[in-house]
Write a protein that binds this ligand. Structure first.
Ligand code: DX5
Ligand code: ZN
Length: 223
């Protein structure tokens, strides 16, 4: 079997215990998290509401792990500077939430962050053809955004494969990230399809095991 241990894991703190957020981030760091995935929801773009730049700033102070900021908010341009200042490494905006994507991407880059664009499950990858050379990251949603703990949408595997081919053509350095429903039993399939970074929420933060045990299981599945 191919060794896929180069694939990065980004624990999503959406499923962490919010009353112990700092501790949980430290636990993810100790377990070897490559990124901390930070889900921002505004109650408009998605039904749920989560956290903002103040929480990001507080967590940036307790960890050295790069912050992977996923903005599930309408008109994210309003907050790019705040998230950059609060310690974001990667800032990702939804294709479906932005009017002038080229301008938004240039702004993120000018703020010193890596620019990423997120596609909902029903949005075709061809929408990224023109912007791809300007991106550091594409995030493919493998669930409909808004909640942790949903099931992986199977057709995403084929979408990742096609995204990888398109990236090889337009931007070979591009990092492809996949978000939603990744578990020990499908993380290998997602990695083999061409994902460089895989988000894991409930697979890392749950009541059944420690963060360390959970991360070890995911790594094992990639070995
Ligand atoms: C969903 C979020 C995800 C979520 C993934 O809208 O963007 O990052 O935390 O959680 P799991 O891994 O449990 O599907
Ligand atoms: Zn996310």
């Amino acid at each position: 079997m191919t060794d896929l241990s180069r694939v990065k894991i980004a624990p999503s703190i959406l499923s962490a215990d919010f009353a112990r957020l700092g501790e949980q981030v430290k636990a993810a760091e100790e377990a070897g998290a490559d990124y901390i995935h930070f889900d921002v929801m505004d109650g408009i773009f998605v039904p749920n509401i989560t956290m903002g730049p103040m929480v990001l700033e507080a967590l940036s102070r307790v960890t050295k792990v790069p912050m992977d900021v996923h903005l599930m908010i309408e008109d994210p341009d309003r907050y790019l500077e705040d998230f950059a200042k609060a310690g974001a490494t990667v800032i990702m905006v939804h294709f479906e939430a932005v009017k002038h994507l080229h301008r938004t991407v240039q702004r993120i880059t000018a703020l010193g962050c890596r620019a990423g664009v997120v596609l909902n499950p029903a949005t075709p990858i061809i929408m990224l053809e023109e912007i791809l050379p300007d991106l550091g990251r594409v995030l493919l949603m493998s669930v409909n955004p808004g909640f942790g703990g949903q099931s992986y949408i199977e057709s995403t595997t084929n979408k990742i494969q096609r995204m990888r081919k398109m990236a090889n053509l337009y931007n070979p350095q591009l990092e492809i990230e996949v978000d939603g429903g990744a578990k020990g039993n499908n993380i290998r399939e997602i990695a083999e399809a061409g994902a460089d970074v895989i988000v894991a929420g409930t697979a890392v933060f749950n009541d059944k095991e420690t963060v360390g045990e959970a991360m070890a299981k995911l790594r094992e599945a990639l070995r």
